[in-house]
Design a protein around this ligand. Structure first.
Ligand SMILES: C[S@@+](CC[C@H](N)C(=O)[O-])C[C@H]1O[C@@H](n2cnc3c(N)ncnc32)[C@H](O)[C@@H]1O
Length: 266
């Protein structure tokens, strides 16, 4: 407000704003249901969704509609089967799948640190099916270790406890090796000559740093490391680990709006 208002004037202004909002909403609902124009209906639906999100969760940013990948039925059908219809990580899995597919012609295997029930590893394996690469999957299957001082307050020991059986069953059709154990000890069980793609998704500072230490030197030129947790306020330790490790290295850490970050090895 630019100038102080009297109480009745402020109340009248609030009422006018409310009436304006209700008129807008009525117009949007009429557009949503009362037009055969697809574009107008789409616009009305997204705007209604934005209004609802703004009321319920004002800090949430609704993304654009009409993206091609929303129509990728094969991807979404697989995603829904693996994630039981909770689509909130679909954008991240899509990005991982695209990166994995993009390095198919490079030498080297693939890896994931922190596989949980194996969904992202499944997308990596599926994207590179028939290329002869082995996928190395590392997990404690005991959830997270005790968070440290860099990790904030969000996580607890044992969070993200996954079913080893489910992960093994999902990856069984592929040339995947599952190395069970705590990071970094489980890295020693793997025999890897080179990597062209690695996904790090362990939420905390210490295992993220250990995964960077293990994966980065194995990366071939042009290979990609994706850190799932880099841009999440719930995972301050993951960002710190990646930034610290990359600080005196030539590659940039590219932070993307999905919350992930990636590094392309030179
Ligand atoms: C967020 S979940 C991974 C989700 C998975 N990448 C996906 O996209 O479906 C984190 C996983 O990291 C594993 N994890 C975390 N810290 C670990 C550590 N220090 N050693 C081994 N596994 C760890 C947990 O057991 C859990 O399965």
């Amino acid at each position: 407000m630019l100038y102080p208002q009297s109480r009745p004037a402020a109340a009248a202004a609030r009422l006018r704003r409310l009436i304006g909002e209700l008129r807008d909403l009525a117009w949007l609902v009429r557009r949503r249901f009362g037009t055969s124009d697809d574009r107008a209906r789409q616009y009305a639906r997204l705007t209604l969704l934005e209004r609802a999100a703004r009321a319920i969760m004002p800090e949430y940013v609704i993304t654009e509609h009409s993206k091609l990948w929303f129509e990728d039925d094969r991807f979404l059908e697989a995603y829904d089967r693996l994630e039981h219809g909770r689509r909130r990580s679909a954008d991240r899995k899509y990005l991982v799948r695209s990166f994995a597919a993009s390095v198919a012609d490079l030498p080297g295997d693939t890896a994931e640190a922190g596989i949980y029930h194996g969904s992202t590893s499944w997308f990596i394996c599926e994207a590179l099916r028939g290329t002869g690469k082995t996928h190395h999957a590392f997990d404690s299957f005991e959830g997270l270790a005790e968070p440290g001082g860099a990790d904030g307050q969000f996580w607890r020991r044992g969070d993200m406890l996954a079913s080893e059986e489910l992960a093994r069953e999902r990856l069984s059709p592929y040339p995947a090796e599952i190395h069970k154990g705590w990071i970094p000890a489980c890295f020693e069980k793997a025999s890897i000559e080179a990597l062209c793609f690695a996904h790090i998704d362990v939420d905390l500072y210490a295992p993220t740093l250990e995964a960077m230490r293990f994966f980065y030197p194995l990366m071939v030129s042009g290979g990609v490391i994706v850190c799932d947790d880099y841009g999440f306020t719930t995972c301050p330790g993951a960002k710190r680990a990646v930034d610290e490790y990359m600080a005196d290295r030539p590659e940039s850490v590219v932070h993307v709006p999905t919350g992930q970050a990636f590094v392309v090895k030179r």
